[in-house]
Design a binder for this molecule. Structure first.
Ligand code: ADP
Ligand code: MG
Length: 729
């Protein structure tokens, strides 16, 4: 019988593109139809209820019980009209992905008859039995109870026949157990700090929000092949596989035409996204074969993040329908590009100003400069926090490798803006500036918009790049919840803006004029944060040396990086900034260590299994063939003829033996290393043990397997090869 691999390959000959038709040629006809947005609210809510919800979204007011009952009623009625039968509080625990527990609208009425029921209480708060989500020990000491509470700022939506209500997830004692709670707090802190600073420039600015535009990279492979690769199914990446003779070296995949089967998949994703009010806009091929990208138009950060979480789910579902498996892992294939999730980020005011876009007049430019420089400073002071927020186990394969941002955090400004900053340092003297000098300086910045047009050079090697009207945090992993990165960034920027205000206020108090004071502090920040600015090639070895000279940290180890959450600078931003309590932060760090440990453990187990029960038996079988062959040769040839003929075959037999023995010995040693690590109680030490003692075996064992793949009879090899995984679609 053919191996599973050949059966799977056989499936490919039968594949047809799954056809997709648009619900209507006009996207506006169905955009947002599954979202309880403004339009639906106006239709289903009373004026009072509608306004209360808008108020809650815009001004953060709380919704009274009476009103939430009215909202629940309207929401239920809308959902039933759309065919929903169940509802769920949709939340983001500290695992990969989202969680939901569905309840039917069905209930007993007063007379014992069946009615459909949904109240304000059910809308506002739920108590899922969620004791098996990671909590870093927070719940263990109190109660296993966790609560979900309605996030009014992100509209409810329908998936299939379920009404999903975005919620936060907290413990009985109020500690955050999810990604959303700290994100909302960080966004609020950044709003407050940024608004305070904006007040120097424009009294009309009373609110500042963060924008996020994520670019989601992913791989698609055929489902039949996926199902025959236990490593892909259980770990999200291939733990073995020799490089394909051709992969991305011809650079012929990037932006090339998209195959029909994939186009149909993308089209369906977009339709689904648009119905859910996710403004999907861009789709293209990425660098590696079978690698693609999806990007929406940016939105408010919390909403954008919900949408990213949701789209990852939608993508998985739609992929199945098209007989694809979608790989969101950061590095599904060794030796070719991995996937990231660029987080395009900016801050904008209630007056419609993008604070990271150079203005049209001197005042606007001062505002831009203030925020631009403060963000750079924040990244400088909190580089370790930012890295901690993105360096997960799976992202370690990408970060610091040669195709992805380095593990050194730096900021790319581009030549023009860098020159502008240098110029400013020179022009702002300790003596009092004349009004003319000030205007000249402001005007100097004023010339930026034209220059910027061609200044957004595509420096692809920077982890944090300014791209004209936003910063692009490129080190975020493709499978990650963006909230971790956005929480760290917003908290860091908020902290920096608070410090900025303290400094400026102190100068003003000592008699310095406001403009002058702002210039002085900006100058100080530019000088101070010089080391973080780097416009060169971030992949080069020279940069590593140069960064070390500059005193920048370069951490490629996830356990080491996770620990930086507890550094004084990080605590300042997170704990003093009111984003997390000390206890919540410690619990979070504990969860991160645990996740790291478990992911390495799973990889080690899967590799051990595959090595021993897939690869070794195959290699032994092929070796037996060879041995039979050699024996046959010996029978029919004379001794001297035999020596000449069988030499190469005997070498091959030895070679195979060597690899088999190495695999067996190393797998055994890996299991022992795991046993030793498993008895360590302290999560941090255990994570280090897994990283230093267990993890190296994974590559080591793989090396021998990949060598075997090259010599063992292709017909016998059990797992789909890289060339098959990467070029079938
Ligand atoms: P590229 O791949 O060239 O970087 P894309 O068009 O793929 O660009 O993605 C850019 C992303 O940045 C989109 O999601 C876009 O909406 C977003 N974006 C554009 N301007 C801003 C901004 N001011 N703030 C945040 N995100 C932005
Ligand atoms: Mg980009």
């Amino acid at each position: 019988m053919a191996t599973l691999r050949f059966q799977a390959l056989g499936e490919l000959f039968k594949r047809q593109p799954v056809s997709v038709s648009l619900p209507s040629p006009r996207v506006t006809d169905y955009y947002g139809e599954l979202v309880f947005g403004k339009e639906a609210m106006q239709k289903y809510l009373s004026k009072d209820a509608y306004e209360a919800v808008l108020d809650a979204i815009e001004a953060g007011t709380t919704i009274e019980r009476k009103i939430s009952d009215a909202v629940a009623l309207g929401l239920k009625s809308w959902a039933l009209d759309k065919g929903a039968t169940h509802y769920t509080h949709w939340f983001q625990p500290l695992t990969d992905g989202t969680a939901e527990k569905h309840d039917g609208f069905i209930d007993y009425g007063e007379g014992g008859n069946i009615i459909s029921n949904f109240s304000g209480k059910l809308l506002a708060q739920q108590e899922p039995d969620a004791s098996s989500f990671p909590s870093g020990g927070i719940r263990a000491t109190f109660e296993a109870r966790g609560y979900t509470a309605w996030d009014v700022t992100s509209p409810a939506f329908i998936v299939g026949t379920t009404l999903c209500i975005p919620t936060i997830f907290i413990s009985y004692t109020g500690e955050a157990l999810d990604y959303k709670t700290p994100l909302l707090k960080a966004l609020a802190a950044s709003d407050k700090a940024a608004t305070d600073v904006c007040q120097y420039f424009d009294k009309n600015i009373t609110k500042v929000h963060n924008n996020l535009g994520w670019e989601q990279e992913y791989f698609l492979i055929d489902e039949a092949l996926y199902l025959t690769r236990p490593d892909l199914m259980l770990t999200g990446r291939t733990l073995m596989g020799h490089a394909s003779a051709k992969d991305q070296q011809l650079e012929d995949h990037y932006f090339s035409s998209i195959p029909e089967r994939v186009t149909n998949f993308m089209m369906e994703i977009e339709v689904e996204a648009h119905k859910l009010g996710i403004p999907a806009k861009t789709r293209h091929n990425e660098v590696a074969p079978n690698q693609f990208e999806l990007a929406p138009i940016f939105e408010e950060c919390n909403l954008a993040n919900d949408h990213n979480q949701l789209i990852m789910d939608v993508m998985k579902r739609v992929a199945r329908k098209h007989k694809f498996a979608i790989l969101l892992h950061e590095k599904p294939f060794a030796g070719i590009n991995g996937s990231g999730k660029h987080n395009n980020w900016s801050m904008a005011t209630n007056t419609g100003v993008n604070l990271l876009s150079p203005g049209k007049n001197p005042k606007g430019n001062m505002l831009f400069l203030t925020f631009f420089v403060n963000v750079i400073s924040a990244v400088y002071k909190h580089q370790d926090l930012l890295r901690a927020s993105i360096l997960t186990m799976s992202n370690t394969f990408r970060l610091g490798a040669n195709e992805a941002p380095p593990a050194i955090v730096s900021v790319f400004c581009g030549t023009q803006l860098s020159a502008m900053l240098e110029n400013l340092v020179e022009k702002v003297t300790s003596e009092k500036m004349t009004p003319e000098e000030k205007t000249a300086l402001k005007l100097g910045i004023g010339r930026l918009p034209e220059i910027l047009l061609d200044n957004t050079d595509r420096n692809r090697t920077s982890p944090f790049a300014f791209t004209g009207n936003r910063f692009e945090f490129r080190a975020v992993g493709s499978s990650a919840n963006c909230a971790a990165a956005m929480t760290a960034l917003s908290a860091a920027v908020a902290q920096q803006l608070r410090e900025f205000k303290v400094d400026v206020d102190a100068l003003i108090k000592s008699g310095v004029k406001k403009d002058e004071a702002i210039f002085q502090v900006i100058k100080k920040l530019i000088i101070e944060s010089t080391p973080i600015r780097f416009d060169g090639d971030g992949y080069s070895d020279e940069w590593k040396k140069e960064a070390a000279r500059r005193g920048l940290s370069n951490i490629t180890s996830a356990p080491e990086s996770i620990g930086k959450y507890l550094d004084p600078a990080s605590k300042k931003a997170l704990v003093e900034g009111g984003i997390m309590s000390e206890r919540e932060l410690e619990a979070r760090v504990e969860v991160e260590y645990e996740k790291f440990i478990k992911k390495v453990q799973i990889e080690a187990r899967v590799l051990g299994d595959l090595a021993i029960n897939h690869i070794v038996p195959t290699a032994v079988a092929y070796q037996s063939h060879l041995i039979e062959n050699v024996k046959g040769l010996k029978e029919i040839f004379t001794d001297s003829e035999f020596e000449e003929l069988a030499g190469a075959r005997k070498e091959l037999i030895k070679d195979i033996s060597h690899h088999i023995s190495s695999i067996k010995a190393k797998t055994k040693a890996m299991i022992n290393a795991r046993k030793e690590a498993n008895v360590i109680e302290h999560a941090k030490e255990k994570a280090f043990a897994y990283e230093q003692k267990v993890r190296p075996f994974i590559d080591d064992i793989r090396y021998h397997i990949d060598k075997l793949e090259l010599v063992v009879d292709n017909e016998m090899w059990p797992l789909p090869k890289y060339r098959e995984l990467l070029f079938n679609r």
